[in-house]
Design a protein around this ligand. Structure first.
Ligand code: AHR
Length: 507
């Protein structure tokens, strides 16, 4: 049975963990909004039409920030269509997803939903079909207290208090030819700069994210980031990264390589950001917003993305996730945590129905997909500061990546309450890993608070409306704690979180 070890020391802290890395994404796409978070008439809906069962599952999932309203939808969206009296809102054709948009749900409803769910909103401005002027007007409508026509319009719409939205995305995937009004890097870099300027003059407290590449395999990858930042470096705080993991070869050993490639993607984008900084001799550091990531490949064909006849809220890309996908999502969360020094926001895409951790039936049930579980555990226990983890593990080679350690792990310590969480993925197909964790100087006489594992003998197992609890975390009994050391046996192909606290049980 292979051994693996993790050593951390209280003097070696990678970074504070920005809890905005546990974000998610709600797009006007398919049944994410309509029939997802919003369904008037549903037995659990409140007076605003917000589904109570989805709200409860969202709270349990624990996202900290939610990106809205797109996605590709954003690049054709007129924000004015989604505010004001519902009966006066226009019905539009959404070119991104060939759907009919009723606009019965818009910015104010989204903010109300966020407040109720206890999450921070992350809004996007349309830099496809529109530009800086619409963006700064939208920001003024949202964030200005009152006394101007646009802020008073919000107040007249029933929202007396400003929304105070802090995080804003400057468009979406503007490098992609599929985008409504796709731009070159030069065109987008200029647009991002001018939009950022007027938005900052409107509200200097905001944070702004420029669009990076839609994925690492884009032909323009690297050159895009450099050219865009060369224009807007001084005015933006973040650059975005997007990635959707695929298991095309139906080979789990290869599939695990996507976790390493995500890490490489992050480190490459950091290098490009810092190259732009170096050229300017600037100490400023651009942070990374990994604001779309998930598994998505089974429903990636065009017939899953567009349905004929301009339907309202059709079933689009409703990927059903299995145990393998949950292990990948758990591994990706470990990668995000281990890059906490530069990744300061990230969004699992999306929240409900559309490649979502939550699924619903119209008028019926809501349930947790397999990928719900690693996200919920990481969001619950990922608090405090990320420790530099010295990891020793046997490894294997794959085509996707030359050396893949069987163990992927991250350690997060919360000095506020003395708890330390160890997140660990065993990628070995057949062997358990006997893992020893030394938490040096983080407090002796530790005791175990919980050890949970996500593991299932059937890697193709899924959760369904009728069998919603087939895949769920269970307690791992193979764990002991002595002094500063944790010993735990990780089942083959399992994702784990072990939480201990320093001090006696009474403490
Ligand atoms: O999340 C689905 C789509 O994937 C988003 O709209 C787009 O930004 C990305 O290509």
């Amino acid at each position: 049975m292979p051994d693996a070890s993790i050593v951390v020391d209280r003097d070696f802290v990678l970074s504070e963990l920005d809890r905005r890395i546990f974000g998610a994404f709600v797009e006007h796409m398919g049944r994410c909004v309509y029939g997802g978070i919003y369904e008037p008439g549903h037995p659990t809906a409140d007076e605003q039409g917000l589904r109570g069962d989805v709200m409860a599952l969202t709270r349990e999932l624990g996202p900290t920030i939610i990106r809205y309203p797109g996605g590709n939808f954003l690049s054709g969206y007129d924000w004015e269509d989604g505010v004001g009296p519902r009966e006066k809102r226009p019905v539009r054709r959404d070119l991104a997803w060939s759907s009919t948009e009723t606009n019965q749900f818009g910015t104010n409803e989204f903010i109300a939903w966020c407040r109720k769910a206890g999450v921070e909103p992350m809004l996007g401005v349309n830099l496809g079909s529109r530009g800086p002027d619409a963006a700064r007007r939208f920001l003024e409508y949202c964030n200005h207290a009152g006394g101007s026509t646009l802020s008073d319009l919000r107040r007249a719409h029933g929202y007396t208090e400003p929304h105070g939205v802090r995080f804003w995305c400057l468009g979406n995937e503007m490098d992609g030819p599929w985008q409504i009004c796709h731009r070159t890097a030069e065109e987008y870099g200029r647009a991002a700069l001018e939009t950022a300027k007027v938005m900052r003059w409107t509200d200097p407290t905001i944070q702004l994210a420029a669009c990076g590449s839609s994925h690492r395999n884009m032909a323009s990858y690297g050159a895009w980031e450099y050219a865009v930042l060369d224009h807007c470096f001084d005015e933006v705080d973040f650059i975005s990264l997007h990635t959707y993991f695929r298991n095309d070869a139906d080979d789990l050993a290869e599939y695990f390589g996507v976790i390493e490639l995500m890490d490489a993607f992050i480190k490459e984008v950091v290098a490009i950001c810092d190259a732009v900084a170096a050229k300017r001799r600037s100490p400023k550091r651009i942070m990374l917003s990994f604001d779309e990531w998930n598994v998505w490949y089974r429903t990636h064909r065009i017939e899953h993305m567009r349905k004929p006849g301009w339907p309202v809220a059709p079933r689009l890309i409703e990927e059903v996730y299995n145990v393998e996908d949950a292990l990948i999502v758990g591994g990706a969360l470990i990668t995000l945590i281990n890059n906490a020094d530069r990744v300061r926001a990230a969004c699992l895409a999306q929240l409900v129905n559309v490649i979502g951790p939550i699924m619903t039936e119209p008028g019926g049930a809501a349930w947790r997909q397999t990928i719900f579980h690693p996200f919920a555990l990481a969001a619950r226990h990922g608090r405090g500061r990320v420790m530099q983890a010295r990891i020793t593990s046997p490894a294997y080679t794959a085509k996707a990546f030359p050396e893949i350690p069987y163990l992927a792990a991250a350690v997060v310590d919360d000095p506020a309450d003395g708890t330390t969480a160890v997140f660990a993925l065993n990628r070995h197909p057949t062997e358990p890993l006997d893992l020893s964790v030394a938490l040096r100087g983080l407090g002796a006489q530790r005791h175990l608070l919980s050890a949970q594992e996500l593991h299932h003998a059937n890697l193709r197992a899924v959760n369904t409306k009728d069998l919603p609890h087939t895949v769920a975390p269970r307690d791992n009994p193979d764990v002991s704690v002595a002094g500063e050391r944790i010993s735990v046996r990780l089942k083959p192909l399992s994702w784990n979180v072990i939480v201990t606290r320093a001090g006696s049980m009474a403490g």
